[in-house]
Design a binder for this molecule. Sequence first.
Ligand code: SF4
Length: 397
Amino acid sequence: MSEAEKEERRTLLEQSYMPFKVTLYYAQLIAEQTEPYRTQMINIVLPPPGSKPFKGRFDPYGNRSYRQDDTSFLQHKYKKTLLLHIDDYCIANCQFCYKVNEIRHEEQEHKKINDKLNAALEYLEKNPYVDNILLTGGDPASFRKTAELTELIGSLLAAPNVRLVRFATKGLAYYPERFLDEELLEFFRQISRVEGKQVSVISQFNHPGEFGPLAIKATRALQEVGVQVRGQPAIIRGVNESVKTLIDLQRKFLDNQIISYYMTVFMPVRGVEQYALTLDEAFQNVAESKRNLGGLEKKGVLLTSHDFGKFEICGFYPSIKQPEKIVLKWHQAVAPQYLPERLKQLVPTLPEEILLLDYKQGEMYCLDHVLKYNGLPYVNESGEAVDDGTNEYLLSL
Ligand code: SF4
């Protein structure tokens, strides 16, 4: 970077709550890119310039509120899925990460992995309807030793009710060499021979420039030993929101046999709100990219994730150019005990039903803005659930 660029980024970094961290591999990968990819990838690890149109919040996915004090690493938010937080830190830090609060307070003295495993196994025994585990972090795969990971994944899959262990990692982009470890690959190969048990990697590739030769090789190595690799990029201003970059990214998924799972809009993270796009803008760009892609390339639906669950953004009414209503559908609601009572009374919560909510173009960057505008319970910038009871919307759908 030029001196002027460095100075500008340093100032912007001071406004971010996320510490700066990048692997040498990824820094070199950025340096090899031509524009606009170079700047777009710098924007992943250093916040870009831009105005902040609203004030975000820490923990915009309600992660903390669903954890229990004594086993805060376990999170049972969705009925069939148990989240196991392995380590709240990463090998490199994305500045727009929604776990900014956990990661910046990262605990160096983390619990032993066996204690977490035992607690998870005990929980699974008491909750036999849970059939899949999501190992999450930070980045569980990149930090932990192979022996720890294989012990963890193998033991979880050995539980009779567990059919799938998936782990979310940005390691394929930040540190692909990790996944060329023969011992780890051999373990996955053995798992793939067990009927009814599966390992899936949620790859967190966010930009087409991240598909360097080593990342492609590591992705292929995982697939060859029977690991499903999936993609769920976040749509981030300055990184990948342009139609062209979105097209390239989805093409890279198909080229590398990565299954598109979903795309998610930027969550309203405190301190880096310049990354946000309005919901209609994000929808429009994704829709336009899909018009340029073949059937299998455009499978990822656009989601907005929230404390109350994940919503698919299905479209805008009467048109994307004049969006007066937003059409949403639950992808998954959190377990009923975590949903505000009035929300359950006011809007449908079954995944097959849609929500048609008032929308104000140019002002709505996250689901809280939509919920508030419609007088529905929402979460404010301090992370408090607000329900002022003014809503009349409903059920006339
Ligand atoms: S890899 Fe994921 S968890 Fe880690 S900093 Fe990036 S967004 Fe956050």
